[in-house]
Write a protein that binds this ligand. Sequence first.
Ligand SMILES: [Zn+2]
Length: 435
Amino acid sequence: MYSDNMQYLSREELKKVQSERLVKVVKKVYDNVEIYRKKMDATGVKPEDIKSIDDITKLPFTVKHDLRESYPFNFFSAPQSEIVRVHASSGTTGKLTVVGYTQNDLDVWADMAARCLSMTGADNNSVVQVSFGYGLFTGGLGLHDGSQRLGALTVPTSSGNTLRQLQLMRDFGADTLCCTPSYAIYLSEAMAKEGFTDRSQFKLKRGIFGAEPWSDEMRRDIEKRLQIKAYDIYGLSEIMGPGVAMECEEQDGLHINEDHFFPEIVDPDTLEPVPFGEKGELVITTLTKEGIPLIRYRTRDITSFKLGECKCGRTLVRMNRVTGRTDDMLIIRGVNVFPSQIESVLFNIGDRISPHYQIIVDRVGALDTFEIQIEISESYFSDEVGKLQALKKEIEHEMTSNLGISAKITLVSPNSLSRSEGKAKRIIDNRKKAN
Ligand SMILES: [Zn+2]
């Protein structure tokens, strides 16, 4: 049975662990990574100035650009002989962000991913189907190692080949599914289409979904479609991959694995900490990583800490679901719009439309155009122009009142938008090309 007391330390005990680990990691990066030494020297802070976790605000921030500039291996804090694996994520601007792991990093990662799985009630009797992509992307191998560490039977299907996914899910009795939330919806559609309608043949109980921002409305939709409990897992490849934070069975915020990842929430403009409970950008310091420790890494993810204690008894602080990444935020006619806001509106429209949509932004002259293409559900699709016209009007009205700007709504026929087996690509911003 998987057990892990670090989730239940008193706040004082936890702080002691965090402080000891921070002192060590700061010394390590100062000695080994030129970019940190330069940043710290520039602000006049020395490793010996860092005596406890309370001193963390004296340290400089790290951003994705720092990692990209160090391509491929210049950010490594450990000698390359100790690096045993790399993962990488692609950015919008070309160069990959490469992250190297020592064996100890992989062990910690497996522990954290196992902890995350256990938070949802999975254990060594579970059958875990890992339908995240395997490869340089961290989703597949991260949950894979975590599932094995938990002692669960691990089924490494990776993403794609949906028909086979469903057959194996049924035949192997998978009770836990790990994938992107958009792929979970795709799987549920395929289930109906391919005739896997006898739900009693499946043992699926829970889904661990992440790698793209998703809303509570989408959660309820997935739970209904697959008849499971759907949990949000959080991670990012620069920090480690999935396993940084996870919802427990209460589904009331994500516990951050603070013994390894120290979280702060700051105002993205001033970089000052926001009052506890208020929204801002999540900043993480890795306390134990060896390959690429990151000091005050700006994740670009917008969230807030949750007040109060969790009913599950874990003392790890919780954060609210990430509502969006500042990178994903669209500024349309001067208004900030997150795709997750659009998604929430669409789910509230209910089953007259499918959960598939695409956002198209362009610029005509000096004016931004904003269109949302939405699939009508098969059951609602008809030739009655009046019926569809009324639906269109209703969605337009809801969008305007929720987003604060108007959008052109285009209803498209069922199954006409492309499906994704990995991360969904929902935004087409043609303004970037034009400029
Ligand atoms: Zn909890």
